[in-house]
Design a protein around this ligand. Structure first.
Ligand code: GTP
Ligand code: MG
Length: 239
């Protein structure tokens, strides 16, 4: 998959994990074999399964892979907290955030990276289809997207084709500059870090790229999404 002439050592993939023992080893191996020069940072919230052991084994033999155990540092648990930590701790120019359960196709990484290199500060992978979702989940998700979109319009904030995507690339320096003065607007235990970021950007203020993709069902293991995340989303709406 690696494009000729395209270098990936300026890019870190941030993988947030909580109990992903069934996916994380295979995902990291797939990323390393597809894009050997890429950096990988697994940001774990004290998984109760074998996630830590699996990743630590890979870290020993592959210096491009790192593991952050947030619970050992007594950091508050949460997906947005983890992603923010991952981006802030990355040392490369570009960061790409993706789920650790294969829902985000890795063959879209070259396109995301290319669009970052073309000068976009942010590149959002946009879900064009979500096969496997029941009708009620599609309806709830669509309604929340319209609501979130409306909030961004009313506030004069920037929008992207998928305002809730968990799969996006960002220039690390740009993220730091935006996050620094706006940290209280990010809902740490929430699932929608991209929405929190868009909320901080005036419409037309930055160039955003988009890459379409099909959001697959998770490969193995269980979803961690819950009512708590729904409540966190409403906090994101009003923050
Ligand atoms: N570090 C960290 N990672 C988390 C947390 N909650 C979820 N994750 C990870 O974030 C990613 C997205 O979580 P999922 O449970 O897959 O949520 P989802 O994709 O909305 O739900 P499904 O479609 O059912 O998979 C996965 O890689 C999870 O392991 C958390 O509190 N902390
Ligand atoms: Mg998932």
């Amino acid at each position: 998959m690696e494009d000729d002439g395209m270098r990936y050592n300026d890019t870190t993939i941030v993988l947030p994990t909580y109990n992903e023992e069934k996916n994380i080893g295979e995902l990291v191996s797939s990323l390393v074999s597809a894009l050997p020069k890429i950096r990988i940072l697994v940001v774990d919230d004290g998984s109760k399964d074998r996630t830590a052991q699996i990743v630590r084994k890979i870290v020993v033999r592959n210096h491009g892979v790192s593991y952050l155990n947030r619970s050992a540092q007594h950091r508050p648990r949460g997906l947005t907290h983890s992603i923010v930590d991952g981006i802030m701790m990355s040392k490369t120019k570009n960061v790409i955030v993706m789920d650790a359960d294969f829902q985000h196709p890795i063959d879209k990484i070259p396109e995301i990276k290319r669009k970052l290199d073309e000068g976009n500060q942010l590149v959002v992978a946009v879900r064009v289809d979500v096969p496997g979702w029941e009708l009620h989940r599609k309806i709830i998700s669509r309604s929340l997207i319209y609501l979130g979109y409306g909030i961004l319009v009313v506030r004069g904030r920037i929008r992207s084709g998928d305002i809730f995507s968990g799969y996006f690339g960002v220039k690390r320096k740009f993220f730091r500059e935006v996050y620094g003065p706006n940290r209280e607007r990010f809902v740490g235990e929430g699932y929608k870090v991209l929405f929190d970021l868009l909320k901080c950007l005036k419409n037309g203020s930055v160039k955003i790229g988009e890459v379409p993709y099909v959001f697959n069902v998770r490969k193995a293991g269980e979803s961690k999404a819950s009512l708590k995340q729904g409540i966190a989303l409403f906090r994101s709406f009003v923050n």
